[in-house]
Design a protein around this ligand. Structure first.
Ligand code: HEM
Ligand SMILES: *[C@@H]1O[C@H](CO)[C@@H](O)[C@H](O)[C@H]1NC(C)=O
Ligand SMILES: *[C@@H]1O[C@H](CO)[C@@H](O)[C@H](O)[C@H]1NC(C)=O
Ligand SMILES: *[C@@H]1O[C@H](CO)[C@@H](O)[C@H](O)[C@H]1NC(C)=O
Length: 242
């Protein structure tokens, strides 16, 4: 067997490093007419374990989850909703910020256009952008185990006040909001997109038109996991999709 220098170096590197996390990534392409529209999730076992041990006061999960959204640039925006309905969902919206970058806009709110929610603890990871003609958003969310704190009162953002279905204001939601089980085998999600020219906006509160197409999906989170070695920690910028 002949190995190129690169392959040989890779083999050597693998032999010298402790086992790298191999992510089990759950991906759905919900629109058969647009296979480049995809939604993915993966969750470190450190996160799930926290929930199972119910160390949190309410037994809810803690720690990050990772999401990826991809779509052709023929879409003006695409979106993933986490939760059973618009009123309580955590909504991730992605649109072009420039010819090479994308904006991630976390929003909440049930009626019409959701509003930017500054309480969402989300990060766009390196690797995101306009890549090979597709919008790619690789996201870490630190507080996705339930509804983000509801938008309430005035002056929290430039947007109109929204009623988030009576969701509690505590971090991660509470009565009225949804709670997601990190090992849930039938978790509720939905998605939507609008076709159109690139928005080219870095404004997380950008004005968006209504969806052309939307749908729902159920994810079995047992298909979405990766392992972090005992005693190891996830680095800040770790990207399981890279
Ligand atoms: C951007 C501005 C948006 C506007 C103006 C808007 C408007 C509406 C309206 C009027 C409806 C009810 C009529 C219908 O069912 O077609 C609706 C339903 C729906 N929208 Fe949106 N929407 C927006 C964004 C989003 C986003 C970002 C998502 C996220 C995935 C989404 C997901 C849904 C879903 C799942 C429904 C059906 C279930 C429900 O009514 O709760 N929408 N939207
Ligand atoms: C995650 O999986 C790794 C590899 O199997 C294991 O060593 C580690 O203890 C697990 N971590 C938790 C918190 O369960
Ligand atoms: C986001 O989550 C991280 C990790 O839990 C935490 O250290 C940080 O303070 C949070 N940031 C905000 C703005 O809540
Ligand atoms: C999820 O678990 C429930 C309860 O064990 C079971 O009834 C259901 O069939 C499972 N669904 C899937 C998709 O595995």
């Amino acid at each position: 067997m002949h190995l190129t220098r690169k392959q040989w170096l890779q083999a050597l590197t693998l032999a010298l490093l402790p086992a790298q996390p191999t992510a089990k990534i759950l991906t759905t392409a919900p629109d058969p007419t647009i296979p480049a529209l995809t939604y993915s999730i993966t969750i470190p076992n450190t996160t799930s374990a926290n929930s199972a041990s119910s160390s949190g006061a309410d037994g809810k999960g803690s720690g990050p989850i990772y999401l990826r959204l991809t779509a052709p640039t023929t879409m003006q925006w695409l979106s993933l909703g986490q939760g059973p309905d618009m009123a309580t969902a955590n909504i991730f919206i992605v649109y072009a910020a420039s010819a090479t970058t994308v904006t991630l806009s976390p929003r909440s709110g049930g009626q019409g256009q959701p509003s930017y929610n500054p309480a969402a603890n989300v990060t766009l990871l390196e690797g995101s952008g306009i890549v090979d003609g597709r919008m790619v958003a690789e996201v870490r969310c630190e507080n996705c185990w339930g509804s983000w704190p509801a938008l309430s009162g005035s002056g929290t953002s430039g947007d109109a006040v929204v009623e988030a279905g009576g969701a509690a204001t505590g971090a991660g939601g509470g009565s009225g909001g949804f709670v997601m089980d990190p090992t849930g085998n039938e978790t509720a999600w939905f998605w939507a997109y609008q076709l159109g020219a690139p928005l080219d906006s870095a404004d997380v509160g950008a004005e968006l038109g209504m969806h052309d197409v939307k749908g729902e999906m159920v994810w079995d989170l047992r298909e979405a996991g990766f392992e972090v070695g005992a005693g190891e920690e996830l680095e800040e910028g770790f990207n399981p999709f890279a």
